[in-house]
Design a protein around this ligand. Structure first.
Ligand SMILES: [Zn+2]
Length: 392
């Protein structure tokens, strides 16, 4: 509910709003089939609230009725460096938890690449549950013993009793994380040895590094390693490991069920104070970031610099909705072929394949996600173009 007077995680009333963004599209994982549809995409306000007792950050503007996972296409799996990350993550999990010949359940499995990888590596049996799963992709996974079901995970799945459960980049998108984790915990009541692995964006990375463009509507909740661990302890799990991963942008946690009646310890006060100062600084730096971008865009206009953007992910959605760049940057390149010919929600920018830049021959390529900067620069050079780069 909006404007609740207390923290959703620890119940404290020592909370304050620290960052607002004007209405931005509510879904950055859904590209639109027409420009008209893209321009009319649902929007919502971002209004971040910080808890001074546990460090939990929540988007109070979040309205779950504006989010649908049915056509969701959040997938980085087209990128070689992301593939390498998934590969290493699966190697580590198989090794640490002896996942060989086991049953793996992946909640919100997306296109199934993670599930397929972990099943192939340990000869495991996989079950993927995702309301947006595209069954035409099933044929890609003929080698592994995996099944997919196009539905939401719920109490109805209690009978599954997996040895290992994964839930990657889903928890933060839900309205009530506590309710969801308690449902998982109840489903695991007879499975004391099941390991649960959950991944979310890392609040420390976004707020300490001032990655304004990472603040998207869909992230209803933001966690630090400590508040993340606290969230699981509150819901009846024992935390085995919590650590940043994927260039520190994500947090991964491994937990297993434990008795429900343990009082979880609040995160360390000094660390919360540090985070409190960080979020205040983030808001101040937002204004200077906006001036920096405006100056840069003025130069592009003045010099008539032929510019194209690369990367139609979440950061692009936020960026192109804060600046009106229909003329200056008319199209966005993306390597995900499912996005080609579609349009960015809110701004209506057309998404094109990398080869588009061969004829277009831009003077400047705006890279919307710094994590992929080196990979993108290499791809641009391989296409025979030698532009300048602006990395957001
Ligand atoms: Zn709190």
């Amino acid at each position: 509910m909006k404007n609740e007077p207390c923290c959703k995680l620890c119940g404290s009333n020592r909370i304050f709003d620290f960052f607002q963004l004007p209405p931005v599209p509510t879904q950055d994982g859904v590209m639109m089939t027409t420009k008209v549809e893209a321009l009319a995409a649902p929007k919502g306000q971002i209004d971040l609230r910080f808890c001074k007792d546990c460090g939990y950050i929540r988007n109070e503007g979040y309205d779950p009725s504006k989010i649908s996972f049915d056509d969701y296409d959040f997938s980085n799996d087209h990128s070689p460096i992301f593939k390498a990350f998934v590969n290493e993550l699966c190697d580590r999990l198989v090794e640490d938890y002896d996942l060989k010949g086991k049953t793996i359940l992946d909640i919100g499995c997306g296109d199934g690449v993670f599930l397929n990888t972990i099943c192939e590596k340990g000869n495991n049996k996989g079950i993927g549950i995702d309301p947006g799963f595209d069954h035409s992709k099933r044929k890609l996974f003929d080698q592994a013993d995996v099944t997919f079901s196009r539905e939401y995970y719920s109490e109805q799945h209690r009978h599954l009793k997996p040895d290992f459960m994964a839930c990657r980049l889903v928890l933060d998108l839900l309205e009530d994380q506590t309710e969801f984790l308690k449902m998982i915990r109840a489903n695991l009541e007879d499975c004391p040895d099941t390991i649960l692995y959950v991944e979310v964006p890392n609040a420390l990375y976004t707020f300490e590094e001032r990655i304004i463009w990472n603040v998207v509507y869909e992230h209803g909740a933001w966690y630090t390693p400590e508040s993340f661990a606290f969230q699981f302890e509150q819901c009846g799990f024992e935390v085995l490991n919590v650590s940043p991963c994927w260039n520190d942008e994500f947090l991964g946690i491994e937990v297993r069920p434990r008795a429900m009646d343990i009082n979880a310890q609040l995160p360390n006060k000094a660390n919360i104070q540090k985070l409190h100062d960080t979020v205040l600084g983030f808001n101040q730096d937002f204004e200077s970031m906006m001036s920096f971008c405006n100056d840069k865009l003025d130069k592009i206009r003045k010099n008539n610099t032929k510019t194209i953007a690369w990367g139609a992910g979440a950061r692009a959605v936020t960026f192109f909705n804060l600046f009106d760049l229909e003329k200056e940057i008319p199209v966005i390149v993306d390597i995900n072929n499912k996005r080609h010919g579609k349009y960015l929600p809110g701004s209506g920018h057309e998404i094109v394949a990398p080869e588009f830049i061969i004829d277009y021959a831009p003077d400047l390529v705006l890279i919307t996600n710094p994590t992929y900067a080196e990979e993108i620069k290499t791809q641009v050079k391989e296409l025979g173009i030698n532009p300048d780069f602006w990395v957001l």
